[in-house]
Design a binder for this molecule. Structure first.
Ligand code: NA7
Length: 541
């Protein structure tokens, strides 16, 4: 039995003041806990603070990518576009911090170096990067799924005379881009969003590409008053739909026209004429309408060929077009929404370096030297992604029972029960951790469900005088096996799929897929059943 009379700096330390951390603070404080939030950044917002590169934008409709916990907030906040830009979402999160008086419990510019579980007192001891120590009964890791930046270590990078910057660590004061010779590395969502914007500013833009992207025209546009009013008038129904759906979506995208797969329409049964008609009608979206491409690689390859055909029709230079054609399954990497990505490569001042044909040799003071020559640059931008899902946690020295280190326990891939807790690490709860539905479900409603569940658990423990909650190893093992089973046959685990989803974007990271494909609806049903069965799978004492 842990001691209850120990001096605590907080009942709960929350790590991170992004969406999850802000909401955790609000809810747990309202439920009577003393909460302290530790945040590495000098401001709140998490992802929406750090990723302030030109073109940064959410790919989920604004009216759904927002919190539903307060109907007044929902009604008063005005979104201006179908897909909100980074500044707008950052403003929204700052508004939340102010509206609910959250800032007084948030310590900014306070990175966490280590978190160590003290078994004698059932408490966590945190050490900040400044060497400060804090003790709390519980910790909630609100550290995000895409928050540990990854940058390749190209030889000679430190000799570059110009500016080196990462999209995921974009400086608040901005970067001088106008009239510059800009190079950008990476063609995931960040690169694809930034490239058309950079082309507008640059004297010359060079895109260094390792893997071509699947990206679809976003058809983003301003939200009209009528569209916004229509959703706001039925917001409770929209939220209920989100909370109960597999991906926390409610399809309020009517005006955006984003085509989804029709389960009864099979590309393997289609004729060339049908496919051509689909291309003529839907363009790039014609590759996404087929019901048999999600789990059949032959069907998938036919859809990929339709996508490639659209690239060839859009990009004028046949050699550039060929380099931009994806050669891996559709649905393996996260689908990207863009604003004129492929068209950008038709501009005279934009070049593509296909790193598969022309690899980088080194960075020199003047720019980047590839096998074929020197690309002179003033600014070099890395849009090279994240050590996703587990990276934010393994970068902190988290020590559980007996001094075990989370980074070592996860050396073969992250393991957690429902993504919520890890065997051997009592009193540590994770918001949207490995083995949950993760980044596949729309974050704000997803966060509300997860934090709601965590706060119910902590309230119950307080009511019963319990000081320790710990995952049972068997429950964790069974859940991990279930997560693995649910992924079988999906494109995320196809041998030809390399993506941050399965860890293969990071050199040396084991290839695992710690995301539950059963859907948020089934996941939450299981979470509620666990709670109902006296937190089955956890030991409470
Ligand atoms: P992503 O989607 O992981 O994209 C990173 C890109 O950077 C991708 O094209 C990578 O190529 C490329 N990359 C990574 N390392 C290198 C090296 N060493 N050389 C060349 N190119 C490299 O990250 P994003 O930030 O764009 O998006 C992450 C998520 O945020 C996104 O899915 C949304 O959910 C929001 P690769 O494909 O690995 O060959």
């Amino acid at each position: 039995m842990g001691s209850t009379d120990i001096d605590l700096d907080a009942d709960v330390v929350v790590v991170g003041a992004g969406m999850s951390g802000l909401y955790a603070l609000k809810v747990l404080r309202e439920r009577g806990f003393h909460v302290v939030v530790l945040e590495k950044a000098p401001a709140v917002g998490g992802t929406w603070y750090w990723n302030r590169y030109p073109g940064a934008r959410c790919d989920i409709p604004s009216l759904e990518y927002s919190f539903g916990f307060d109907p007044e907030l929902e009604q008063e906040w005005e979104w201006t576009e179908h897909f909100a830009s980074q500044p707008e979402i950052e403003r929204y999160l700052n508004h939340i911090a102010d509206r609910y008086d959250l800032r007084r419990d948030i310590r900014l510019s306070t990175g966490v170096r280590s978190a160590t579980f003290d078994e004698r007192s059932d408490t966590w001891v945190f050490e900040t990067e400044a060497g400060e120590h804090l003790r709390s009964r519980f910790c909630v890791m609100a550290t995000g799924g895409l928050s540990a930046p990854h940058r390749p270590d190209w030889p000679g990078l430190d000799t570059f005379a110009g500016t080196v910057v990462q999209t995921s660590l974009w400086p608040e004061e901005g970067v001088e881009l106008e009239g510059k010779r800009i190079g950008i590395v990476g063609n995931g969502s960040s690169g694809v969003q930034a490239i058309p914007e950079l082309a507008r500013l640059a004297e010359h833009l060079t895109v260094f590409q390792r893997t071509p992207a699947f990206t679809w025209p976003s058809q983003n546009k301003p939200l009209t008053d009528e569209e916004q009013a229509e959703v706001k008038a039925r917001y409770r129904e929209v939220r209920a739909q989100q909370y109960a759906s597999p991906l926390a979506t409610a399809n309020t995208t009517g005006a955006v026209i984003f085509t989804f797969a029709d389960p009864d329409r099979h590309i393997l049964d289609s004729t060339p004429e049908e496919r051509e008609a689909a291309l003529a009608e839907l363009g790039f979206s014609a590759s996404r309408i087929w019901g048999d491409t999600a789990r059949d690689l032959d069907a998938n390859e036919m859809a990929v060929e339709m996508f490639r055909e659209m690239v060839r029709r859009t990009v004028k230079d046949p050699e550039v077009a060929e380099s931009l054609c994806p050669d891996y399954p559709l649905g393996c990497k996260r689908p990207i929404l863009d604003n004129g990505y492929f068209e950008t490569f038709n501009l005279d001042h934009v070049d593509l370096v296909d790193l598969r044909k022309d690899p980088v040799v080194e960075v020199v003071p003047e720019g980047v030297r590839t096998e074929k020559g020197l690309v002179e640059l003033d600014v070099l931008i890395f849009a090279t992604g994240f050590d996703a899902v587990s990276g934010a946690l393994t970068r902190i020295d988290i020590r559980g029972r007996g001094g075990r280190l989370l980074r070592e326990d996860w050396a073969d891939g992250p393991r957690a029960f429902m993504g919520l807790g890890v065997a051997g690490y009592p009193n540590m709860l994770i918001c949207i951790g490995p083995g949950s539905v993760g980044v596949l479900a729309t974050y704000p409603p997803h966060i509300e469900l997860q934090i709601g569940w965590i706060s119910d658990l902590l309230c119950r423990m307080r009511d019963r005088g319990e000081t320790s909650v710990e995952v049972e190893p068997d429950a964790e093992a069974a859940w991990c096996a279930h997560v693995e089973e649910a992924a079988q046959g999906s494109m995320f685990v196809a041998p030809t799929c390399h993506s941050w989803y399965n860890g293969s974007n990071i050199e040396g990271k084991p290839r695992t897929f710690p995301i539950y494909l059963g859907g948020l609806d089934r996941y939450m049903a299981k979470a509620r059943e666990i709670a109902k069965n006296d937190y089955e799978g956890f030991v409470l004492r």
